[in-house]
Design a protein around this ligand. Structure first.
Ligand SMILES: Cc1ncc(COP(=O)(O)O)c(C=O)c1O
Length: 396
């Protein structure tokens, strides 16, 4: 029996596979430091949980409107006005089961077989997979550490052809943590306007920024408003990964298309989670601020510990909860006669010999690096990075 041919081009999400492996090893009693997680290690703030509990107690437990209840869509409209000064109507908002679901809906709505989608590398590993599953063709634009892993206008323009339907921009970025400044976005906006392509602005890590730079949303550029598909959600900023609520803000015709898809595929997002998401979007409680402060401290700690490890080049990016050290200076070295040739070999060495789990850069389209998430305790960060330092010193 033959399955959908698009499936053969896609592997299961390796970060989820790795997280499962770490869990399994821990269960067996192995003392693993897991740097692979892509979610806050904090519980959902209590005022948000209360809203969810209230929804259950008030029997708000049935199907809802396909693309979200009007109150939540209004809360998104208000949030966009408050945070970015941009005006949308509820008819521009579609709520889905997580930002991942939002993005897949959009790609399903936009792509015809062979349509090209431009993706800067390193990328979040689900972008190419989702494009391929929707019969599109990923086209990659490499970025460099010298440029803070951010795509330049010239490099972006060079990849856009008449086949290009969509461009991805992800700031703050997974896996690099890079944040685009307003000026950098401005130069990309001119290319987007000139070429007329759609742009998926994935801003899921928007609230997790630690440096001087203020976050700028791509939605703030009114000259491309009709081309911008703003993607965001509550998973990362409010420690709500399991609640599964994400949303888009976009042109009404795209929202209608997403409504059609979602109403046939999933009926509606979870009713209870929608009520909780309203609470999250309406106020940024103390717990949320404390979480951001903890991430800022952990980032600083991780950067200072990385600075002690020779041969690793770490770009001090200021967003999300990831760092993406360049490690290829170690390729060609060996341990017990086994040569480390690439990021997967190094990640395996770290796991087997140092009991530290990292994600190899190859899954993000960048084999010279690996990713760590600092959404773990300071003690674990210290223990894990010390082990990496010792492990790397053993390679000859
Ligand atoms: C860049 C990026 N976009 C989107 C998502 C998906 O978030 P959600 O939990 O809302 O589906 C993730 C999650 O890891 C991510 O890293």
């Amino acid at each position: 029996m033959e399955f959908n041919r698009n499936l053969s081009q896609v592997a299961p999400s390796l970060t989820l596979v790795l997280a499962a492996k770490v869990k399994e090893l821990k269960k067996q009693g192995v003392d693993i430091v897991g740097f692979t997680v892509g979610e806050p290690d904090f519980p959902t703030p209590s005022y948000i949980k209360s809203a969810g509990i209230g929804a259950i107690e008030n029997n708000f437990t049935r199907y809802t409107e396909g693309i979200g209840i009007p109150e939540l869509r209004q809360a998104v409209v208000d949030k966009l006005k408050r945070d970015h000064g941009v005006s949308y109507n509820t008819s521009n908002i579609a709520v889905s089961n997580g930002a991942k679901h939002s993005i897949s809906n959009v790609l399903f709505a936009l792509l015809n077989p062979g349509d090209e989608v431009v993706i800067p590398t390193p990328y979040w590993l689900s972008y190419p997979a989702m494009v391929l599953l929707c019969s599109g063709q990923p086209v990659y634009v490499p970025t460099t550490r010298d440029n803070g892993y951010k795509v330049t206008a010239a490099d972006l323009e060079a990849k856009i052809t008449e086949k290009t339907k969509v461009v991805f921009l992800n700031s703050p970025n997974n896996p690099t943590g890079s944040v685009y400044s307003k000026e950098e976005l401005k130069s990309l906006v001119s290319v987007i306007k000139k070429t007329g392509v759609w742009v998926i602005a994935d801003e899921i890590y928007e609230k997790l920024i630690y440096g001087e730079e203020k976050f700028t949303s791509l939605s703030e550029f009114s000259e491309i408003k009709d081309q911008v598909i703003l993607v965001n959600g509550v998973s990362k900023a409010y420690a709500m990964t399991g609640w599964r609520i994400g949303y888009i803000a976009a042109r009404e015709d795209l929202i209608k298309a997403v409504n059609k898809i979602q109403s046939q595929f999933t009926s509606s997002p979870c009713s209870i989670s929608q009520k909780a998401a309203i609470a999250a979007l309406q106020e940024e409680g103390e717990e949320v601020k404390a979480m951001r402060k903890a991430f800022a401290q952990r980032r600083k700690l991780a950067l200072s510990l990385f600075a002690r490890i020779p041969g690793l080049e770490v770009y001090p990016s200021e967003g999300a909860f990831y760092l993406f050290p360049q490690c290829n200076a170690y390729y060609g070295k060996s341990f017990n006669g086994k040569k480390i040739e690439n990021s997967l070999d190094l990640a395996e060495y770290f796991l087997n010999e140092c009991h530290v789990a990292v994600v190899p850069g190859s899954v993000f389209g960048c084999d010279e690096n690996f990713r760590i998430s600092y959404a773990i305790s300071e003690e674990e960060i210290e223990k894990g990075l010390l082990r990496l330092q010792e492990g790397l010193a053993k390679l000859v």
